[in-house]
Structures are given as structure tokens and as C-alpha cells.
Ligand binder design. Sequence first.
Ligand SMILES: C[S@@+](CC[C@H](N)C(=O)[O-])C[C@H]1O[C@@H](n2cnc3c(N)ncnc32)[C@H](O)[C@@H]1O
Length: 140
Amino acid sequence: MTEQFVCNPIGRVSSPYKEKGDAPAQGREKNLVSRIIIDPGFAGGLEGLTVGQQIFVLCWFDRSARDGIKVHPRGKMENPLTGVFNTRSPARPNPVSLTLVTIQEITDNILTVCGLDALDNTPVIDIKPYSGKIDEPMQA
Ligand SMILES: C[S@@+](CC[C@H](N)C(=O)[O-])C[C@H]1O[C@@H](n2cnc3c(N)ncnc32)[C@H](O)[C@@H]1O
């Protein structure tokens, strides 16, 4: 048996995207509003976040295939098969998604954000602040 880790969701997405065909390949392409409902036990972790701030949201894409190691980017057969780790495909061995979104509102344990591409009820596994110092590409 391969090594396994326990990963507990910290919350769930409430999204206008109900089916895979509804969501854009990247959330910023439609830039619709979603809500992230944080479990009350983790809500203290939101302290310090502010409206207008950019955050990375990491989700577990629970409706993804996990058996492929090469994919056609954007699901288009005309795009040549590519190693999955060189793509942003939702279908991957560990279906973790990474999306940069902007906070629009914070109410108790609910973050309202725009730019998320996760389907409704997708588990959220982590949130991290975007930092120009840390996340901008380094000079060669
Ligand atoms: C191409 S992925 C990009 C995700 C993220 N922005 C990234 O780059 O890691 C976005 C697509 O994943 C699909 N998706 C969203 N939520 C999902 C879920 N819970 N399970 C499976 N697929 C999902 C949607 O069809 C959406 O178009």
C-alpha cells in the first residue's frame, strides 16, 4: 500500500458553478462571485485577512479522475498529450487545485471571493495569502 496522509477539509465552496461544464478553465476568465464557508472550528484562522486582499485557495477536486499521468491541456484533443505536472488540469493523482482570488467580503466564517473556479460544494483544504515578495518570479 502506498503511503497515505490525512487531509481534513477546512470548509466548502458555495459556487454558481454546479456542473463541470459551467466553470471556466481558470476562475478569472469569468470572475464570478463564490463563497467559502469555513468550518467554525477553523474560523479563527481567518483573523487578519482583509477585504481586497488576494489569497490562494487550495481545494480538493473531489469529482476529478485521478488515474491519468498525461492529459490534453484544457481537455482539448487538439492539444498534445502533456505530463500532468506541466498542466493545471483538475484530473491528476492528487486533485489539488490552486487559485488566486480576491476577497470581497468577510462575515464571521464566510469569505466572499471572486475568481474561484471550484464547483459547488468542493472541499477547501487550505488558504494562504498572496505575497509579492514570496510569489513573484525570481530574477534569473
Ligand atoms: C483547470 S482547473 C484549474 C483549477 C485551479 N485554478 C488550478 O489552476 O489549479 C478548473 C476546472 O476544474 C473543474 N472543477 C472544479 N471543481 C471541481 C471538482 N470539485 N471536481 C472536479 N473538477 C472540478 C472545473 O471544470 C473547472 O473548469
